[in-house]
Ligand binder design. Structure first.
Ligand code: BGC
Length: 339
């Protein structure tokens, strides 16, 4: 494992960059800032994830490129929730809703790193009341490659009071190479029969709808661009795909998604009940990407494995409550193969 000093944040915190190598020669570079996957380079030299070259660019961007997102990924309707009879008020940083843990979520923390053999272990703390959430929380994310070149991300969290948690990684993939432009030609298969319906602010209404007969149907592989402009309210509301799909069979051995482009296949596994398919609809090229790349709208896509968004407000969704002293655990693996 290689360790380099990356640079300091504007607050003077040291950020490090760790590079881990898979048995087949893939290289994953991870920053301690946001526990961010900065690059994922295939043996051919192709880098398939979006990222930035400088710390200043990471601090300027608001797209969560490659970052670990928490305490609660995705939306909390109205930016407030009630737990154990008490109301907690969060910031509304996405229309009327709370998004991705707030203004200073886990993506903006400098995590502590240690190595365990070829595994990178990143930890951070979140104070009681931070971003409005109850309970002091300890979080650990482990990154490693398995023998078959799958990059695993394993998340655990513990709190000293009842709280909410939903952790994910916000990597944008472009299997043709991070600077190759539109991902609309990528084909995607998703093992999902249903998705959670969104309101006009991309927050769940609570209804779970079948994908059958809609643009959301990826049960047979199809290009991401095939139905993205269909005149359907859900697609229109998301400005493209920005929806939580209900996974039929969360598993660490049977994948729930396969994406393909330019001779590269991405296969994804998870323990989580849902995945946010997000087609980079709000990428705008505002902050330079790696090597000066310009990441415009739909130049990358995310498969954010997660609990359902806004689950605290919907009794029919799996609960996002983490009880004091209990351990939250999620694991996701991204396997990349080249032809
Ligand atoms: C959300 C999008 C949001 C994006 C921020 C995604 O996870 O679902 O609505 O714009 O993150 O980059």
């Amino acid at each position: 494992m290689k360790k380099q000093s990356f640079v300091t944040t504007k607050n003077g915190q040291e950020v490090e960059r760790y590079t881990i190598q898979s048995p087949g020669g893939l290289l994953a570079s991870i920053l301690t800032y946001g526990a961010t996957l900065q690059s994922l380079v295939l043996p051919s030299g192709r880098d398939v994830v979006l990222g930035h070259d400088t710390m200043a660019d990471y601090e300027r961007q608001d797209k969560y490129l490659g970052a670990v997102v928490g305490r609660v990924a995705n939306r909390i309707g109205g930016g407030r929730f009630t737990l154990n009879g008490r109301e907690y008020v969060l910031c509304q940083n996405n229309g009327p809703n709370h998004l991705h843990g707030g203004l200073a979520g886990f993506d903006k923390k400098v995590w502590q790193a240690k190595t365990e053999g070829e595994m990178l272990v990143l930890s951070c703390q979140s104070a009681d009341g931070e971003e409005g959430y109850p309970g002091k929380m300890e979080v650990t994310v482990r990154y490693w490659f398995s023998e078959d070149d799958t990059l695993w991300m394993d998340y655990t969290a513990k709190s000293d009071a009842d709280t909410l948690v939903n952790l994910t990684n916000h990597t944008y993939f472009n299997l043709e190479g991070h600077s190759s432009g539109s991902i609309l030609g990528h084909t995607l298969w998703l093992d999902s029969d249903a998705f959670t319906e969104n309101d006009e602010f991309s927050c769940p209404t609570g209804r779970i709808l079948p994908v059958e007969g809609t643009a959301m149907d990826f049960r047979r592989p199809k290009p991401l661009g095939q139905d993205i402009d269909r005149k359907e309210e859900q697609i229109h509301r998301g400005n493209g795909y920005d929806h939580n799909f209900v996974l039929k069979n969360p598993s660490l051995t049977a994948p729930f998604a396969k994406a393909q482009a330019g001779g590269v296949t991405l296969t994804v596994y998870t323990t989580q009940p849902g995945v946010q398919l997000y087609t980079g609809n709000f990428l705008d090229g505002a902050v330079p990407g790696k090597g000066g790349a310009c990441y415009e709208k739909r130049c990358g896509f995310c498969l954010e494995t997660q609990g359902f968004p806004d689950a605290i407000h919907h009794a029919n969704f799996p609960s996002p409550v983490l009880k004091a002293g209990e351990t939250y655990h999620q694991r996701t693996g991204y396997c990349l193969t080249e032809e």
